[in-house]
Write a protein that binds this ligand. Structure first.
Ligand code: ARG
Length: 245
């Protein structure tokens, strides 16, 4: 083939590769969520859509702050790592604002107050709160629930990538309890009332924030303004009624 043909071909290839990337317009902000945490973020098994309190919150914030977003479903561990590395722009995933996490990512103002709760098998009568945890206790890896179990001397932490597997182990008698956020604990118990129960009250004070990659510092202000406006409008009360018991 002549040199000119090669040039033409190469040129066409380049156009073919580059143009579709450009023509899709400005990229949407990628919002990471670990959709295994009902009723805040979960997959609707009928529609396969990501749904929940957090999804509605983030959608309302994006509308108010004129942000073009798309949700990306990722595991909890990769979500935190990805936020630290700037793989995702934002994350909403029942994320507790902690000092350690603040070193790696930015956070919005708090939008929800939660706490850790203990869930045991329905027929357990010896554990009445987190002080009684004296065996193997399950939590999702890298969560504040896991950090709390670590602080209890008599308890041995068993971590899971997915909290659903911890509840399965609880039902099968492999572990004596699960420690997790109170909205999730109440939701699992509501779905399995004959198999498990919560004991005691929420024993930590935690606040959920939207995580924002350090490179996106410019959207922290607009997101906080949107949160304040939605609070004032009663949007959070409305969503609590819709999703929480
Ligand atoms: N609030 C806890 C934490 O920040 C657990 C959050 C887990 N969220 C999830 N979607 N898996 O550590």
């Amino acid at each position: 083939m002549k040199k000119i043909t090669w040039l033409l071909l190469t040129g066409l290839l380049l156009i073919g590769i580059v143009v579709p990337g450009c023509s899709s317009g400005t990229a949407k902000l990628q919002v990471a969520t670990d959709a295994t945490w009902p009723p805040f973020e979960f997959i609707d098994t009928k529609t396969t859509e990501i749904k929940g309190f957090d999804i509605d919150v983030m959608t309302a914030i994006a509308e108010k702050a004129s942000l073009d977003i798309e949700f990306v479903n990722v595991g909890w561990d990769p979500l935190l790592a990805g936020m630290a590395q700037g793989t995702y722009d934002l994350a909403i995933s029942s994320i507790t604002i902690t000092e350690d996490r603040k070193k790696e990512m930015l956070f919005s103002d708090p939008y929800f107050a939660a706490g850790q709760m203990v869930v045991v098998a329905k027929d357990n009568s010896s554990i009445t709160g987190h002080e009684d945890l004296d065996g193997v206790v399950g939590a999702q890896i890298g969560t504040t629930g896991a950090f709390e179990i670590d602080k209890i001397d008599a308890a041995t932490l068993k971590t899971y990538d997915d909290i659903g597997l911890a509840f399965q182990d609880l039902i099968n008698g492999q572990i004596i309890a699960v420690v997790c956020d109170n909205p999730l604990a109440l939701d699992y118990v509501k779905e399995n009332p004959d198999k498990m129960k919560t004991v005691g009250e929420a024993f930590t004070d935690e606040y959920y924030g939207i995580a924002i990659a350090k490179a996106n510092a410019d959207i922290v202000g607009p997101i906080n303004d949107a949160i304040a406006a939605l609070k004032a409008e009663g949007k959070f009360d409305e969503l609590s009624k819709k999703w929480l018991q």
